[in-house]
Design a protein around this ligand. Structure first.
Ligand code: NAP
Length: 324
């Protein structure tokens, strides 16, 4: 990266990721008077921006659309001068004198500390037909694709908060929504379960896994296998299959750098420090109990403060009594 123009500027903190965690870390860093840069991916969007309604982020009693919430985060961070660039980050390498080099496809950036806030992406089922029909009936985003299914029948796969919340959203358009879940009860939070059970257009296929997504040019049906009673295995006629079977963290580019758990989530301590000095992590990409906007923001504030202490210590500017 020698001669790279962008390397001439050394940032105090580079935040990687433009979702709620990244923007909160950026807000705290910028407001803290640090030279901060946020790099948001060009090829992925924060999951929350495609969530129709966020009901459990405090301060919005009526709930708020996920995209609108993130736009508010951006505006607030911008007010304190956070610089935001779009760049898919491919590597983070140690530079000289405890600096870090954060590299994208065309540019590299140098910083005294890095905050990883790369989030997580939808997990795939890996069954026949899933890849072939993606964009032709298979979807991972009800907000984006739901309106195409007006008065149609759709299948939702999964039993967590996302599957149930998005199934409820899809009832605005579809005449029937069948939730296919591999167990006989839902993982989702009780309030969402109650709404789904009470909804006349939501049906359930319990103890069932998807074996194949079928169709011609577009999806026409979902073949399921009942795990307890093979005779109940069947093809559910459907024009769409929405898959919400959990997340996979966007941490591939740092797997050899920081310690991760067996599922690839970054291991961060209570101060959001990773196994590598000067690199912090927060939000959905870390190993933790609860992945919500509010927990992402909490982690991010801590990560930014920890990074600030680290930067002050490196510069010899630390305030007595505060530990980096
Ligand atoms: P999740 O909680 O991990 O649930 C994934 C669901 O998919 C589980 O029911 C799981 O079954 C099922 N599943 C996983 N792999 C599967 C496979 N190969 N085949 C069939 N089914 C499979 O994921 P999520 O619902 O996307 O939620 C992710 C995080 O975001 C959670 O922390 C959640 O609380 C949060 N979230 C919160 C809200 C909200 O608060 N309103 C909304 C959306 C998401 P098992 O149950 O058998 O494991």
């Amino acid at each position: 990266m020698e001669g790279n123009e962008s390397l001439k500027l050394v940032y105090d903190i580079i935040v990687v990721g433009g979702g709620p965690a990244g923007l909160t870390a950026g807000l705290y860093a910028a407001r803290g008077g640090l030279k901060a840069l946020l790099l948001e991916g060009e090829s992925s969007v924060s999951q929350i921006t495609v969530t129709d309604l966020v009901e459990n982020y405090p301060g919005f009693p009526e709930g708020i659309n996920g995209y609108d919430l993130v736009e508010r985060f951006r505006t607030q961070a911008g007010r304190f001068g956070l610089k935001i660039l779009t760049e898919d980050i491919r590597a983070i390498d140690a530079g000289a004198a405890e600096h870090w080099i954060v590299s994208g496809r065309d540019s590299a950036y140098e910083a005294l500390s890095v905050i990883l806030a790369t989030g997580a992406n939808w997990r795939h089922l890996g069954v026949p037909g899933e890849a072939a029909f993606t964009g032709k009936g298979v979807s991972y985003c009800a907000t984006c694709d739901g309106p195409f299914y007006r008065d149609r029948e759709v299948v939702v796969v999964g039993g967590g908060d996302t599957a149930v919340q998005e199934a409820l959203f899809l009832t605005r358009f579809a005449r029937k929504v069948t939730i296919v879940h591999r167990r006989d009860r839902l993982r989702a939070t009780p309030i969402l379960q109650e709404r789904a059970f009470a909804h006349e257009r939501i049906d359930f296929a319990w103890d069932s896994v998807v074996e194949e997504i079928q169709g011609g040019e577009f999806v026409e049906g979902v073949r399921i296998r009942n795990l307890k009673n093979p005779e109940k295995s069947r093809i559910i006629p459907a024009d769409g299959a929405f898959i919400f079977v959990g997340l996979t963290p966007n941490t591939g580019f740092v797997r050899g750098l920081v310690n991760c758990d067996e599922n690839g989530y970054i291991l961060a301590d209570a101060e959001m420090k990773t196994s590598v000095k000067g690199i912090f992590a927060c939000g959905d990409c870390i190993s933790k109990l609860l992945r919500q906007v509010v927990t992402a923001c909490g982690d991010a504030a801590t990560a930014a403060f920890s990074a600030q202490l680290h930067v002050e210590a490196l510069k010899g500017e630390d305030y007595g009594g505060r530990k980096a």
